[in-house]
Design a protein around this ligand. Structure first.
Ligand code: AMP
Ligand code: MG
Length: 332
């Protein structure tokens, strides 16, 4: 083949490959008790790989599947974990510590007592709550080598952290396979890999906890936007609403005036742990935590509709037209 023709051939091949990979491919599926949607600019088979990452984690971390590692730990009081899962448990314990126990992976006996695992909701008696509280405390989890052991009555649940961790694993898998652009939505917890192929940032809508659309749109690149909200799972009894996020210091569902907390950060595991923890802390403590720690931004929504955002996202958060400026504040 002549040199000119050969160059033309190579150019066409490169162009066709570019078109092939710049095509958006999406998969929607149900896992970890939620609807997940992953869109990538990359080969179709990688979507299957992403699903495998999720299913594999679900098999290990589920609190209800009697074959999962976490289930076995909770039933036997001790279990030997593979390196990755052990790493997640150790990281989770660190995050429990960092948040002063506002997120606590050992709160599971209470989550179960309130019926959030089965959907058979109930308000436990005060006595039952105080008795279960004696089984709560991440500091009592013993890790020796790759074996984790729990005291009698204790049980762990990584539900407050698992989806963020799952998105980190997917991002890692996609990057390892050459993908530069993807958006991973695990039940409203969104992680953006890179930018959109046209070079613009990904636009992530932040849900309005009072229903009816969203409170605003964030422009992000290589960041997760992870939300904990009382509107996600709750029940009402005797005119009172109880949400699925338990304050480990009281044993009761968090009820401090916040209705949703979003954490924006490049580390999904951190964002997920923090969204739950800040929700438990309430507005004042959450702001104090934000001011004394680095590497993330927040959006706090209160029951009266007030919205507080951190200054790091002031220029990348577009407030929805129906959110009045008077109910909007920036933490400086
Ligand atoms: P998230 O939606 O990430 O805020 O996680 C909430 C889930 O984590 C709940 O459905 C419970 O399974 C579990 N959970 C509730 N409260 C806590 C807490 N304070 N610390 C750790 N896990 C919790
Ligand atoms: Mg969380």
């Amino acid at each position: 083949m002549k040199k000119g023709l050969f160059s033309l051939f190579i150019c066409i091949c490169v162009f066709l490959c570019g078109c092939y990979y710049s095509q958006k491919r999406s998969a929607t599926f149900f896992a970890m008790d939620t609807v997940m949607e992953i869109s990538i600019y990359g080969e179709e088979k990688l979507l299957g790989g992403c699903k495998d990452v999720i299913y594999d984690l679900e098999k290990k971390l589920s609190v209800t599947d009697d074959k999962s590692d976490v289930y076995i730990l909770n039933s036997n009081g001790r279990h030997t974990f593979d390196e990755d899962t052990l790493g997640l448990i150790l990281r989770s314990i660190e995050l429990c510590d960092l948040t002063g126990g506002a997120v606590d992976v050992t709160v599971y006996p209470l989550v179960k007592a309130w019926g959030f695992t089965t959907g058979e909701h109930r308000v436990p008696e005060n006595g039952e709550i105080s008795s279960l509280l004696s089984s709560v405390g991440y500091k009592k989890v013993i890790v020796s080598g790759s074996e984790v052991s729990l005291q009698s009555g204790m049980a762990i649940d990584l539900g407050a952290i698992a989806k963020g961790y799952a998105s980190d694993k997917i991002v890692e898998y996609l990057k390892d396979n050459g993908v530069q652009s993807a958006i991973i939505n695990l039940g409203g917890n969104v992680c953006a890999l890179g930018k959109k192929p046209d070079g613009s940032p990904w636009r992530v809508a932040v849900e309005n906890p009072f229903g009816g659309g969203y409170i605003g749109i964030l422009s992000v690149e290589d960041k997760c936007v992870i939300t904990s909200g009382s509107y996600e799972r709750f029940f009402t009894e005797g005119g009172k609403t109880y949400c699925h996020i338990i304050d480990p210091s009281t044993g009761y569902p968090a009820d401090n005036g916040l209705v949703s907390v979003s954490v924006i950060c490049s580390d999904g595991t951190f964002s997920d742990a923090l969204s739950t923890a800040l929700f438990v802390m309430g507005k004042e403590r959450a702001i104090e935590f934000y001011k004394t720690h680095v590497g993330f931004d927040v959006i706090l929504v209160e029951a009266d509709g007030s919205i507080t955002i951190s200054e790091g996202i002031e220029n990348t958060f577009e407030r929805s037209a129906d959110i009045p400026e008077s109910s909007f504040e920036v933490i400086s």
